[in-house]
Design a binder for this molecule. Structure first.
Ligand code: IVH
Length: 660
């Protein structure tokens, strides 16, 4: 196959898989296969630099950092939307539309209002050319190189002509946001306050490689060809965007009247926390393009659309008290006790204050009136002080632990004060709750009420004691029926089979969350190996830097923790981890291969490149040190030599197996 044909074929294949993965969420191949295809394309393009085109999937990786962003004028103004803050205002909008359309029948399209930032993406002859932020609506910033790294923005749209502009929302989903903040914790960088800020920060960094690592999403909601809509209806244009390969939010509805609109709004208000990304309302658009044209624009916004905003998840209330709550690491977290207030349907009486510095930064004292915010199902937080209270009282972190009376110490350079008593019952309770929690050891039934009693009654002094509990002991506790006690024991029992990464995360080692636990387990394969590794060796695991490594080291250096691990081992928990060969870094490390003959599908260069990128070496001649000879058709003297020396001979299929 000539290089150009192979390159084109690889690009098409990669584009198809990107679309399946990033737009449709239906991958057909795994990451390793995708990476292998990408590497092959990269290698071919490196050898044939003249064949590199800007729409090649290889161009997404993130180019050179820039000095700043150029300002560019928008082709057509990028307007904002007027808001309807309640049903009455949405009704008023509907009446206005009705009036202006003089009684003609019309329909609305209801879409979720994604809470990110808008972006205009421009194409020429189907090729991705430029991406511009909204800016002031007239002039935005050219963020082309950063947008190029967003996989849900196609670099090539087949079968289109003319100048095309797609507008949509760039956002970071909740998972990517959490991961980003975890990563920032590890690097001791300040956390992003919400996904929207994180998305803005990720799109407007000067290094495209940083944008690439952040996993932004793009949802298209407007299509313009040569500056205007081309379809008769907005609904059709959304379908067309989807056909072009864009991600279009599937939660959209064609509504015949106001009642249907209200129903859609109410439905998503109730379920918004279940979405993988944040929304702040519903965007309502008149469907017909001709009617949109007739309705026109005000100076600020279209008359044919409106944003129905959900009630802010904020409320004003009074901080009646502040207490310190002891977490599983012994850290004391100040918690505000609030005058109960309803925030988007939920009564809130507590909010977290993170640490003393945060209280000082806000200038908060007991008795102050504050604004609180609730997002998702996390504990609400205090945003800021709205008014100082009369007779206000400053909060002081206690010098003794409110639970066990042990000393509280704030280490230099740390924001948190900690109870230093490792046997503090509060720490124990929290660590058991963490151990059993969903996504960690997943022990259903081991919640607050049960743990409280288990600790109080001295039945559990360490998480290892969970595995010695009997159904009779549990059944004897308050609010425990025999059946539920048996279930709890069964669930505890089943958790012995939880894979090693979950057990590692369950131990509560600082900075070792779910992801780091997987990487450690994959690198070392067993708890024993992790315990034996020094700080340097630990850093061989992906994403593990000195801080995490030191924390792991310190954890296992502590005799009490080693003892805990031994008891868990005796209880039969899972201590080893089978790493799929393909995911093991350097799966072929230390192995020398010799290639001979013509392989059925891989060229010699590609085979060599893949062996080397998996950590293996490719030798020119066969010796006793050769681990495998890979033989294809018409293999000659090297094959004979391999046989003479007793070196294992494999074919392409087995090589691919090793590389998987
Ligand atoms: S349409 C002229 N549709 O909300 C029409 N906007 O408050 C312009 N937004 O600037 C926008 N989801 O950033 C539209 N489905 C959606 C949207 C959406 C979020 C954002 C967009 C816009 C802002 C207006």
């Amino acid at each position: 196959m000539n290089a150009l044909v192979e390159i084109q074929h690889l690009r098409e294949t990669l584009r198809r898989h990107e679309h399946l993965y990033y737009v449709l969420d239906q991958p057909e191949i795994d990451d390793a296969e995708y990476d292998a295809l990408m590497r092959r394309l990269l290698a071919l393009e490196e050898k044939n630099p003249a064949l590199v085109t800007p729409d090649s999937p290889t161009q997404r990786v993130g180019g050179k950092p820039r000095e700043g962003f150029a300002k560019v004028s928008h082709s057509a103004r990028m307007l904002s939307l007027d808001n309807a803050l309640n049903e009455g205002e949405l009704r008023a909008f509907d009446e206005r539309v009705r009036d202006l359309l003089r009684g003609a029948s019309f329909r609305y399209v209801a879409e979720l209002k994604l809470d990110g930032l808008s972006l205009a993406v421009q194409y020429q002859l189907g090729q991705f050319r430029r991406a511009v932020t909204r800016g002031d609506g007239m002039v935005g910033e050219d963020v082309t190189e950063n947008a190029r790294t967003i996989r849900s923005i196609p670099l090539l749209i087949q079968g289109t002509s003319g100048d095309l502009e797609v507008r949509g929302e760039t956002l970071l989903n909740r998972r990517a946001f959490e991961r980003l903040n975890e990563e920032r914790d590890r690097q001791e960088l300040p956390r992003f306050a919400n996904p929207r800020n994180a998305a803005a920060g990720s799109l407007r960094v000067l290094e495209p490689a940083v944008t690439a690592s952040r996993r932004l999403d793009f949802y298209a909601y407007l299509l313009l060809v040569n500056g205007s809509p081309v379809f008769d209806s907005h609904w059709e244009s959304l379908d067309e965007l989807e056909r072009m390969g864009f991600r279009v939010n599937r939660h959209r509805r064609l509504c015949q009247d106001l009642d249907e609109l209200f129903a859609f709004c109410a439905e998503w208000d109730a379920h918004r926390d279940e979405l993988p990304y944040e929304i702040d309302g519903v965007v309502v658009k008149v469907d017909s393009t001709a009617q949109q044209l007739a309705l026109g624009y005000t100076a600020k916004a279209p008359r044919w659309a409106i944003a129905f905003k959900y009630a802010p998840k904020r409320a004003v209330t009074v901080v009646e008290d502040i207490s310190a709550q002891v977490g599983r690491t012994g850290a004391l977290t100040p918690v505000a006790h609030l005058r109960p207030v309803v925030v988007s349907g939920v009564t809130v009486s507590r909010a977290t204050l993170h640490n003393e510095d945060e209280i000082a930064r806000m200038g908060l004292a007991i008795g102050d009136t504050v604004i609180i915010e609730r997002s998702g199902d996390v504990i609400p937080k205090v945003l800021r002080v709205e008014a100082k209270g009369t007779g206000r009282r400053e909060f002081r972190m206690p010098s003794l632990c409110p639970v066990c009376g042990g000393a509280v110490v704030r280490a230099e350079g740390e924001a948190a004060s900690r109870c230093i008593n490792t046997n503090c019952p509060a720490r124990l309770k929290e660590s058991i709750l963490h151990f059993a929690s969903r996504g960690v050891m997943n022990i259903d039934g081991v919640g607050e009420v049960l743990v409280e009693q288990l600790v109080e009654k001295g039945l559990v002094r360490s998480v290892a004691d969970l595995y010695d509990l009997t159904a009779e002991q549990v059944a004897a506790l308050d609010r425990m029926a025999e059946k539920s006690a048996a279930n709890v024991i069964q669930n505890i029992d089943a958790s012995r089979k939880a894979p090693l990464p979950r057990l590692l995360a369950a131990l509560g080692i600082r900075f070792v969350g779910a992801r780091t636990a997987v990487l450690l387990a994959e690198q070392f394969g067993s708890i024993g190996a992790i315990m034996a590794a020094d700080v340097e060796t630990l850093q061989q695991a992906e994403e593990v830097g000195p801080k995490v490594a030191l924390s792991v080291r310190e954890f296992f250096a502590e005799p009490a923790n080693r003892e805990l691990v031994e008891r868990l081992r005796a209880a039969g928990l899972t201590f080893t981890h089978e790493v799929p060969v393909r995911r093991r870094e350097g799966a072929l490390k230390g192995m020398t291969f010799v290639l001979t003959g013509t392989l059925p599908t891989l060229s010699r260069e590609v085979a060599a490149e893949r062996i080397e990128s998996a950590g293996g070496k490719v030798g020119a001649s066969v010796s006793r040190k050769t681990r495998f000879v890979v033989a294809g058709e018409d293999a000659g003297s090297k094959l004979e030599k391999a046989r003479a020396l007793g070196v294992e001979v494999i074919g392409e299929e087995q090589l691919l197996e090793l590389l998987r």
